[in-house]
Design a protein around this ligand. Structure first.
Ligand SMILES: [Fe+2]
Length: 153
């Protein structure tokens, strides 16, 4: 995938009024692809409007999103450990996941403090997920597939 294509996906997929998903986001590992779709659907439930503050619904949604993201990250990190030739690959990826969880903490605090609109939260989460899939997961899984094609469907 070219840099222009990657940027177009990050800008477009799931943005208000834009296509909801794109087959180019599929890694070819069915469980990881399903989990990415579920994360994406959860993110899409965050209101795209100007609401500030943390409503009970939004609070619930963020709790679900966080616990599902934790579950997915653990699954993906275990999958990498199982399939990568060096532990360093899983460690680097784990670091990116942990940085996302920290950022989510900050955003939640901003939302509670009325310093963030739900639309900005939605945009950050959507962009982070698509960017992470396009620029991290896809190249990593693609490289592992090339190295050991027999491990992949
Ligand atoms: Fe990942």
């Amino acid at each position: 995938m070219t840099e222009e294509q990657a940027t177009a996906l990050v800008d477009g997929v799931g943005a208000p009024g834009r296509p909801a998903w794109d087959a180019r986001l599929e890694t070819g590992v069915p469980t990881i692809d399903l989990q990415h779709r579920i994360l994406f659907e959860l993110m899409q439930r965050i209101p795209h409007g100007d609401e500030r503050g943390l409503s009970p619904d939004l609070s619930d949604l963020l709790l679900q999103l966080r616990s599902y993201a934790d579950y997915h990250f653990r699954y993906e990190e275990d999958w990498i450990r199982l399939n990568a030739s060096t532990p360093r690959m899983a460690e680097g990826h784990q670091h990116l996941h942990a940085a996302f969880a920290q950022r989510l903490d900050q955003l939640e605090a901003d939302l509670v403090g009325g310093r963030l609109k739900s639309a900005a939260l939605h945009d950050f989460l959507r962009r982070w997920l698509i960017d992470h899939i396009v620029r991290q997961d896809l190249p990593m899984i693609g490289a592992l597939r090339q190295r050991s094609p027999s491990h992949f469907p």
